[in-house]
Write a protein that binds this ligand. Structure first.
Ligand SMILES: C[S@@+](CC[C@H](N)C(=O)[O-])C[C@H]1O[C@@H](n2cnc3c(N)ncnc32)[C@H](O)[C@@H]1O
Length: 263
């Protein structure tokens, strides 16, 4: 799958690193699922790839406790600095922050019990990342990938009502592409797919603020002029579809792919 303007997206993450957590909603449910799945393991040597500013790493360290040793990996230094401060402020010390790309990971072969990636895999070369994960995981170990699929993106508030959003966001994987890519990697087996649905409520003004703040990198795929025009169209669409714009409700959906390294 072709990637859109990777330099611009890298720049986006650099600019947004200090505000990223405020702009995005963090969901505890996938972490609770992961912790349950890993409950039998006494020690978890893990890596979170495309970790960003650490909002999911804090939850992982809290839910897994002292048994996890977590390498937080990202290609963006500003994100890693924000993560380092955030985790330390919260008293977390069983982590290490590492700058690396998802497709060439700095771990010896067969050494990790678990690899995670949250909301990031659509920025990676998926096949390269899966092959690298297969290399670094121990046999029988886990790869958890939490992502928004293209089909899910098309059904959320932005996909339904924000002009051109569906057409511009071509980086997300479709269900079929994702599953077929996993099947291409020797040694990996898809164990299950967990689906999560979240009821969200917001005011129209808060939604507009989020779009202006580029809370999804998708908004950088618009020029400044296009974005303002699209925001005006979004306002009209939301006002048309919802009686009360101070309580706009919608569903966000995500999928958690549970993949195992074969024994
Ligand atoms: C949408 S953010 C998600 C961050 C975090 N996982 C979260 O959910 O809050 C995507 C992150 O992936 C990183 N990233 C993008 N492409 C990458 C690559 N090829 N290798 C490693 N990290 C990458 C970005 O720097 C960014 O921090």
């Amino acid at each position: 799958m072709s990637k859109v303007a990777p330099k611009a997206i890298h720049h986006h993450f650099s600019r947004i690193a200090n505000r990223y957590r405020e702009l995005r909603t963090t969901d505890a449910e996938p972490i609770a699922f992961v912790a349950k799945e890993l409950r039998e393991l006494l020690h978890v040597e893990a890596a979170d790839i495309g970790c960003g500013d650490g909002r999911y790493d804090l939850l992982l360290c809290k839910d897994l406790g002292d048994k996890v040793r977590l390498a937080c990996v990202d290609a963006n230094d500003n994100m890693l600095k924000a993560l380092d401060t955030y985790l330390k402020v919260h008293g977390i010390s069983n982590f290490i922050a590492m700058n690396s790309r998802a497709e060439i990971l700095p771990f010896p072969s067969g050494t990790l019990d678990c690899v995670f990636s949250f909301n990031a895999v659509h920025h990676f070369n998926l096949l390269g990342f899966l092959q690298e994960s297969a290399r670094i995981l121990k046999s029988g170990s886990y790869l958890f990938i939490y992502t928004r699929l293209q089909e899910q993106n098309e059904r959320n508030i932005w996909g339904r009502h924000f002009p051109e959003f569906r057409r511009k966001e071509t980086r997300l994987y479709t269900f079929n592409t994702f599953v077929q890519t996993v099947e291409r990697v020797p040694g990996l087996r898809l164990q299950s797919i967990e689906y999560f649905e979240y009821e969200r409520v917001s005011t129209l003004e808060q939604l507009v603020e989020r779009a202006r703040a580029h809370h999804y990198s998708t908004f950088w795929l618009y020029s400044a002029e296009e974005l303002e025009k699209a925001i005006a169209g979004f306002r009209r669409n939301v006002e048309h579809h919802y009686k009360n714009v101070s309580r706009v409700k919608w569903l966000d959906e995500n999928a958690l792919f549970v993949i195992r390294k074969e024994s």
